[in-house]
Every structure is written in structure tokens, then in C-alpha cells.
Design a binder for this molecule. Structure first.
Ligand code: ACO
Length: 334
């Protein structure tokens, strides 16, 4: 997309974190672990946990309202709401419809997407394509997760990793000042590795029984070492590929916003992509891994704190269950 054409860009962001903070010291009282182990293996000190009854949709709506206010867009102007989440409030109807009602976006077309931790980037690209078709002008893209009900709080290998939260972005076309907007995107998936990261009992294959709940089949199961290896390789390759596709160098990237899975994964990617060293925005120390909410919350924080400024080239890179992965280059629009 040439620089002098109006682009399709992010024009506002927002985020929401539940009030309750769970520290590593709190986890020490629940499982056989230590602050030292968690910090050195993951980089996480604390995470936010939503209250009983506080759902993904309320969190997503809070983030969405903030993003709309930032963009100066009224709810009635929203054409499209896309919620990326694998933990919606309920499975029928879709969470995006509940959010539509909460924020009063009466004209919006609403649907949900699932691509685990990668979903925000998938949703962003879907919104971009729908706007590029000319049929829509303004989209609200939300990544929100309440992972805490799906965490096995007796499993020290997984319970230390996750947190709850929501982030949102307004995506618009048509403003002359938008520059290149969303410059390039790559995505990939490999369903042959689905078993390495899964919630095996959540879905329609089997009727949910008390036994499933007792066996913790509705909790996140993960082969941590395997996930680690694939995450590093797929995110590094995706970052390089999207730069090649756009014909851009690492020097042109101002900030990298990676999926906030684990500090050691981020460091391994940084070591592979020398030219991007020191450009990674990391907030997982305070929020843990929030799956599909990680990237939009980090983008919002980076923008609000001035780490990302209008016109900056931002590289986002994600990886999640499926496996799914992707990378996007964005010229920041506000
Ligand atoms: N506290 C203390 N000890 C622990 C803990 C804990 N919380 N968790 C595991 N251990 C122990 C294990 O029991 C094991 O002990 P053993 O050798 O006596 O059996 C030892 O530590 C090493 O266990 P590993 O699983 O090999 O630990 P590893 O160094 O691989 O770290 C971790 C585990 C952090 C999960 C790592 O594999 C990882 O980062 N994986 C990436 C996965 C990830 O981040 N997923 C997030 C979700 S997916 C996504 O968002 C893309």
C-alpha cells in the first residue's frame, strides 16, 4: 500500500484488567512453587484474576469503550465488532453480540473468532480485509480472556502462567492522515500439533459430565517444553517473513509487541533477531499470559505511555494453541 493513499489503521486502543492481583507469593500458598522459580522460568511476578461473575464480555466492553473514546468514535458509528476469545461468557449467543448490547453499538455486525493466543492478530487482519472490501468503515476488534476458570490451580506447571484481561482497538479507513496503516501480515497454522496445548473437555465431542470436571478435562493442558520450542521458531520466522514481505528492515521497526507468553520465549526470539534487540515491549511481569488479550493490552499500554507514537512502525508477533502464529507490521495511527 503506497504511503500517500489513505490507509486502514488503528485509531484508538483501550484495555481493562480486573482489580484482583494474584502474586507469586499467593501461588506459593496454593502449590509447591516459589517466587524465584516462577520469575526465573517465566518472568512473571503477578497477574490479574477476574471475580466470579465478571465475564469476558464486561471486560471486553470496558476495553472497547476506552478504545472508542480514544478514537473519537461514537458506539453508533461502529460497523463491525470482532471478539477474539476462547473463553466467552457463554457459547450461545456469541460474546461480540453481548458486547454490542453493553456498549450500544446498535448498527454493528458482530461475530467471534478463535485462534487461541494468536487470535487478536487474526481478528485484526479479518477486520482489515472486510474494511478493504469497501463494505465497512469502522471496526472494533477486541481480544479478551478469562482464563482463570480453565486453569488447574493444583498444577504448578501451568497455573503460574496465566492471567485475565481485555484489550481493544478501533480500526478505521478513510482518514487522510493515516499513512500506510496496516502494512503487511503473515499467519500460519499447524493442526497436527493440536494435542500439545489444549482444553480437551471443553466442547461438543463429549457431553460434559461430573467426571470430566473431576478429571480436570476442562483445564488447560500443555506440553511446556514443546510449546516453548515451536513458539520461538514460529514467531522468529513470522517476524522475518513479514519484514521481507513489506520490503522493510529491522532498523525501520520502532517497537516489537510480542505475545506475552514467557520472558524466556521473548528473549530467545530477541537473540535470533539481532536487529530488533532492545525494541521489545514486555508487560508480562505484571499481567502474565492473557492469551488473546495479551497483544491488545500491551499495544494499549505502549501507546498510552508514549512507547509507541503516531507514525511509528510496530511489529506484532503471536503464537498460540492450534498451533497458530502470525506477525503484522502496523504504522501506528494515533
Ligand atoms: N514451581 C516449581 N517447580 C516447577 C514449577 C513451578 N511452578 N513448574 C514446574 N516445575 C518443576 C517441574 O516439576 C520439573 O521438576 P522435575 O524435573 O522434578 O519433574 C522442573 O520444574 C522442570 O520442569 P519443566 O516443565 O521442564 O520446566 P521448564 O523449564 O520447561 O519451564 C515452563 C516450564 C515455564 C512452562 C516452560 O516449559 C515454558 O515456558 N513453556 C512455554 C509454554 C508457555 O509459556 N505457554 C504459555 C501458554 S502457550 C502460549 O501462550 C503460546
Amino acid at each position: 500500500m503506497s504511503a500517500n493513499r489513505p490507509g486502514i489503521a488503528i485509531t484508538g486502543t483501550g484495555s481493562y484488567l480486573p482489580k484482583r492481583v494474584m502474586t507469586n507469593a499467593d501461588l506459593e500458598k496454593m502449590v509447591d512453587t516459589s517466587d524465584e522459580w516462577i520469575l526465573s522460568r517465566t518472568g512473571i511476578r503477578e497477574r490479574h484474576i477476574a471475580e466470579e461473575g465478571e465475564g469476558v464480555c464486561a471486560m471486553g466492553a470496558a476495553a472497547g469503550r476506552q478504545a472508542l473514546a480514544q478514537a473519537g468514535v461514537a458506539p453508533e458509528e461502529v460497523d463491525l465488532i470482532v471478539l477474539g476469545s476462547f473463553t466467552p461468557d457463554i457459547y450461545l449467543p456469541s460474546g461480540s453480540c453481548l458486547i454490542q448490547d453493553m456498549i450500544g453499538a446498535k448498527r454493528a455486525v458482530c461475530f467471534d473468532m478463535a485462534a487461541a493466543c494468536s487470535v487478536f492478530l487474526y481478528a485484526l487482519e479479518t477486520a482489515r480485509c472486510m474494511i478493504a472490501s469497501g463494505a465497512y468503515k469502522t471496526a472494533l476488534v477486541i481480544g479478551a480472556e478469562k482464563l482463570s476458570p480453565f486453569v488447574d490451580w493444583d498444577d504448578r506447571r501451568t497455573c503460574v502462567l496465566f492471567g485475565d484481561g481485555a484489550g481493544a482497538a478501533v480500526v478505521q479507513s478513510g482518514k487522510e492522515t493515516m499513512g500506510r496503516g496496516m502494512i503487511a501480515n503473515v499467519m500460519g497454522s499447524d493442526g497436527s500439533l493440536a494435542h500439545l496445548l489444549t482444553v480437551p473437555g471443553m466442547g461438543s465431542r463429549h457431553r460434559l459430565t461430573a467426571e470430566h470436571i473431576l478429571n480436570k478435562d476442562v483445564c488447560i493442558k500443555m506440553a511446556g517444553n514443546e510449546v516453548f520450542k515451536h513458539a520461538v521458531r514460529c514467531m522468529s520466522d513470522a517476524a522475518q517473513k513479514v519484514l521481507d514481505m513489506a520490503g522493510m528492515s529491522m532498523e525501520e521497526v520502532a517497537v516489537v509487541v510480542p505475545h506475552q507468553a514467557n520472558m524466556r520465549i521473548i528473549q530467545a526470539i530477541e537473540n535470533r533477531l539481532e536487529g530488533l534487540k532492545g525494541k521489545f515491549y514486555v508487560n508480562l511481569e505484571r499481567v502474565g499470559n492473557m492469551s488473546g488479550a495479551s497483544v491488545p493490552v500491551a499495544l494499549d499500554e505502549a501507546a498510552r505511555t508514549g512507547v509507541v507514537k503516531k507514525g511509528d512502525v510496530v511489529l506484532t508477533v503471536v503464537f498460540g494453541a492450534g498451533f497458530t502464529w502470525g506477525a503484522s507490521l502496523l504504522e501506528w495511527g494515533y
